[in-house]
Design a protein around this ligand. Sequence first.
Ligand code: S3P
Length: 198
Amino acid sequence: MACSMKQAGSVRESAPKRAKQLYELRRPVFLIGFMGAGKSTVARRLARSCGVSSLDLDTYIERECGKKIREVFADEGEAAFRRMEAHALGEVAAMDAAMLVSCGGGIVTTDESRQALQKLGFTVLLKVDADEAASRISDKSTRPLFQDLESARQLCEDRAPLYEQAAAATIDTRGKDVYRITRELRSLLEEEGVLCRI
Ligand code: S3P
């Protein structure tokens, strides 16, 4: 791989902070879904309010290989990025403290990562459609695979069965704001016994 990843360091995106009630995660939680589903924002918000850690997998990859995601795509191509993504997922899942991990929208496109999502943690699909996603994404230049609405609609449709296959649970985010999605995720994780009060 041209852009080799360093060994995992201390890369917590959001360390526990000022939560009123402290919780712990019993296993890693992976948020998946199409670009614009709100995965990173929701992971960060929920982590802060519960006093657990969150990590954005794209940010982790960027830090580990010293390049922006769009540069990785441009220089090395999508297949190389998918290998980095699978490798990063394995590293993050193996970390001592379980975290809320927001994953890139295309992580479900490889068998290896789909299997890892099923085995290594509790995976939640934040469902969105391409039209609503487009209205949520302010800067498309950071997303090489979200350029025009027509192809995004097709990609979203093509990936739908892969998301369903990888996820243990789904939250439909359509028409909902980030506060509501975060509340729904929190309830779901508590009901599933993945997020517990300490
Ligand atoms: C991708 C989604 C992006 C990022 C990369 C590829 C995809 O992450 O991983 O641009 O294939 O859907 P977000 O879903 O966080 O935008």
